[in-house]
Design a protein. Structure first.
Lengths: 261, 351
């Protein structure tokens, strides 16, 4: 009995540490005062102001553009790379995997500086340089998610499809795609989160006037972060939560229908 | 985190100077500006672009040290930048600043000549920079909790009555202003003996201190968590808007006056545009917009005269001439002194 309540307490504590800060932030987004410690009554004002604030909105749209473009491109490149790697011989495969994994382990700040040095040699820093940088560090995450799926798919069905007259592209989409779809999707989601989160690499590779949410918030520290940011963060959290619930429900249903079969 | 970024930028600066930059085409209708975060009304940039047809690439930073590192990294060619007094001086000393052609900035006549005089302390002859905002450092106090007769002296920050109720600045030079001025020394002293004396005072004060903070000071004071705070006048103005119990005073022993100013670094490739922008910032309606947005003291007399009496008489925002005359402006210090300050700071923090 004691053990059980101790377990409960432990779990509650963990959840508190994880979610309490977010609830504080959400609470502050409804606070009718700029201060972080004074409660001045409930208001939706910051939400209204958020959509009128051009600085935040433009940083938000830049963030979204970079995130989704880089995640999409990285997913395509990463999937292609994963297919290539899975078809390699064992030795080449280890070398390639090592090469693609290094950017994962490398400190962001080192990646950021080295990319910046490369970019300034050839071009002006701007939105496109940030995009290229993001694609670069997103690709390994996609490969890492797609490769295990590919390994569990046997090559026989794909070859059978070719024997039966399908061309490689057709065979890929009809036979391989359904099996690795979930891996590609989770790779894409991972790329989205990584890209959304990134500060260091963006900071070094961005040109003047290009701001994502993270770099914008950083420069605002000196004069205090605006409450509009609290409301934006709350909205982002809720959207992420809804997406997560939706995905979980879907996979739940699927596994149930599978087990029934 | 902050330090890491600054070091990384320095590393980058070295490597770029080794490899050199690629050739880039120059677009005459552009202007690259570097400024503190949230230090201009975004409308102002829009208006400037509309009136002149110049596209502004607007970049922000967080601290003067970061600005220096960012500029030195050289990955972006800045045409115009704004930073604090001692950093402007440091860049002038390093010959990194271009002189301003005042015939292109006629509206500088709007600026208060007194402030321009003070600015000479870091920019002799006002050759290189134009003041943007200014203010002081002083004591923000809670009228209901402290003896208001005592706030005109730094001594109140060492009064045992207020133990655990005092907030100091979490930055070395700002905090050293207090003991140096209390002892009657200059805030730009290079005498290690004087600095050691100052440190002794701060060490004795440490048990009374609630916390060393930077931008949370206003909030903490408004919430009543402390009764006295060493504070920038701008932050104090914000705190006073949160709580009626708060007031601000610059002690009679003197203090630090700060000026943030615009200058053109050597990387400037659109000099005419940069001067146009500085002139634009001096225009009355534009300076008024910026004043409303930032709410620090503006050196623009035209704006000052158009303000209502209540704002003009707000001595937190606009310190009187007597107070300013009693203040000093930070000078840039050499590497040796910087290291010494860092040492002192660390020994204070670890005490």
């Amino acid at each position: 009995m004691v053990k059980r309540s101790a377990e409960r307490l432990y779990l509650i504590l963990i959840f508190l540490f994880l979610y309490f800060p977010i609830f504080v932030l959400m609470g502050l987004s409804f606070n009718n005062s700029k201060s972080r410690v004074i409660w001045n009554g409930f208001t939706l004002n910051w939400y209204k102001k958020l959509f009128q604030n051009e600085t935040i909105m433009s940083a938000f749209s830049t963030t979204m553009t970079i995130t989704f473009l880089s995640a999409t491109i990285a997913t395509i490149l990463g999937t292609a790379a994963a297919i290539g790697i899975s078809a390699m011989k064992k030795r080449n495969r280890t070398i390639m995997l090592g090469a693609t994994n290094i950017p994962l382990l490398n400190a962001d700040i080192v990646t950021g500086i080295s990319l910046m040095l490369l970019f300034v040699r050839f071009t002006k820093l701007g939105l496109s340089t940030v995009l290229i940088a993001h694609i670069t560090f997103n690709i390994p995450y996609v490969i890492l998610n797609v490769l295990p799926k590919l390994n569990s798919v046997s090559n026989i069905t794909y070859e059978a499809a070719l024997d039966l007259g399908a061309n490689p592209v057709h065979a890929f989409f009809k036979v391989v795609w359904p099996d690795i779809k979930s891996g590609i999707f989770s790779g894409f989601l991972m790329a989205v989160t990584m890209s959304l989160d990134d500060f260091s690499i963006t900071y070094f590779t961005k040109g003047a006037g290009v701001n994502t949410l993270s770099t914008m918030i950083y420069t605002e520290m000196r004069k205090g972060i605006k409450p509009e940011m609290y409301s934006l963060s709350s909205l982002l959290f809720i959207i992420a939560l809804i997406l997560l619930l939706m995905i979980n429900f879907r996979s739940d249903k699927k596994s149930k229908s599978l087990s029934r079969q | 985190m902050k330090k890491k970024i600054i070091y990384a930028l320095i590393v980058a600066a070295l490597s770029i100077s080794l490899f050199g930059c690629g050739n880039q085409k120059i677009d005459p209708n552009k202007l690259t500006v570097l400024n503190y975060g949230k230090y201009i009304d975004p409308k102002v940039i829009k208006m400037f672009e509309k009136e002149t047809g110049i596209t502004v690439e607007y970049e922000e930073y967080e601290s003067p040290e970061e600005m220096y590192a960012k500029y030195k990294a050289g990955s972006i060619d800045y045409d115009l930048a704004c930073t604090s007094d001692y950093m402007v001086q440091k860049l002038i000393n390093e010959k990194e600043v271009l002189p301003i052609d005042y015939s292109n900035v006629p509206l500088v006549s709007n600026l208060n000549t007194d402030i321009l005089k003070y600015a000479q302390s870091y920019d002799k002859g006002n050759k290189y920079s134009i003041p943007y905002f200014y203010g002081t450092v002083g004591i923000l106090y809670n009228k209901t909790k402290v003896n208001t007769a005592d706030v005109n002296s730094w001594n109140i920050l060492f009064d045992k009555k207020y133990s655990g109720k005092i907030i100091m600045e979490n930055s070395v030079r700002d905090t050293f202003v207090v003991p140096l001025k209390k002892l009657g020394f200059s805030i730009n002293t290079t005498s290690k003996k004087q600095l050691n004396q100052a440190l002794d005072i701060l060490v004795k004060q440490k048990p009374l201190v609630y916390a060393y903070l930077v931008d949370e000071t206003g909030d903490e004071m408004a919430a009543g968590n402390a009764s006295l705070a060493l504070c920038y006048s701008g932050e104090a103005g914000y705190a006073e808007s949160l709580s009626k119990d708060l007031a601000f005073s610059v002690p009679k022993e003197g203090s630090d006056m700060w000026i943030d100013a615009w200058f053109m670094p050597k990387t400037c490739i659109h000099k005419a545009n940069a001067e146009k922008f500085m002139n634009f910032l001096c225009r009355e309606d534009i300076a008024a917009l910026n004043f409303d947005y930032v709410y620090y003291a503006t050196p623009n007399t035209a704006v000052y005269n158009s303000l209502d009496e209540k704002t003009r008489n707000n001595t937190t925002i606009f310190p009187s001439k007597e107070v300013l005359d009693n203040c000093e402006i930070f000078h840039s210090i050499n590497e040796d002194m910087t290291n010494y300050y860092t040492e002192l700071w660390e020994s204070l923090k670890s005490y």
